[in-house]
Design a binder for this molecule. Structure first.
Ligand code: AMP
Length: 155
């Protein structure tokens, strides 16, 4: 094999990779914080992933590297915020020893958002799990409800 042929053999895959890397869709993935982490695993992307990726609008009240909080589109109380991890975890049933720190972080965000939204009289957190639990979006989320006295038991 000539030197020219060796050069061609080595350079073609490199050029192909550079072209792929420069595509706008790939550039968008590169610029999204933590996106590679989010895409790992078998979880299916939901509407909440589109909110994380800013593909659909939401009234975001808090964000950090691992979590997002935004107002529920169909509020059940004066304050109704959803706190979600950026990692795609479908439900409480998917919490394991490996990812359980996500839940601790989400609850620390609950406390911060409750203080930020001045829920000084108290509040309620709800995590629906599965069909019987009333879960409609398969991306784990904590409902933070407050701003009025909440009755018990829930329906
Ligand atoms: P759950 O029924 O526990 O799964 O809660 C899902 C929540 O997501 C519901 O309270 C919905 O009103 C809310 N929801 C669905 N789509 C959106 C959206 N695009 N923006 C904000 N909240 C939403």
């Amino acid at each position: 094999m000539t030197r020219g042929e060796v050069f061609l053999l080595l350079s073609v895959p490199c050029f192909a990779e550079v072209i792929w890397y420069r595509q706008p869709s790939v550039a968008k993935l590169r610029s999204s914080p933590g996106i590679w982490h989010v895409r790992k695993g078998d979880a299916v992307a939901t509407i909440f992933t589109k909110i994380i990726d800013r593909e659909i609008p939401a009234d975001i009240v808090y964000e950090d590297d691992h979590a997002l909080a935004f107002r529920d589109i169909n509020p059940q109380a004066p304050v109704h915020v959803l706190i979600i991890p950026k990692q795609e975890i479908a439900s409480l049933n998917e919490i394991t020893a490996e990812n359980q720190a996500v839940m601790a972080h989400l609850f620390s965000v609950v406390r911060q958002v409750a203080a930020q939204l001045e829920l000084t009289g108290g509040y309620r957190t709800v995590i629906n799990c599965g069909a019987d639990g009333g879960q409609t979006v398969d991306h784990i989320h904590i409902h933070l409800l407050g701003g009025r006295e909440l009755s018990w038991p829930p329906g």
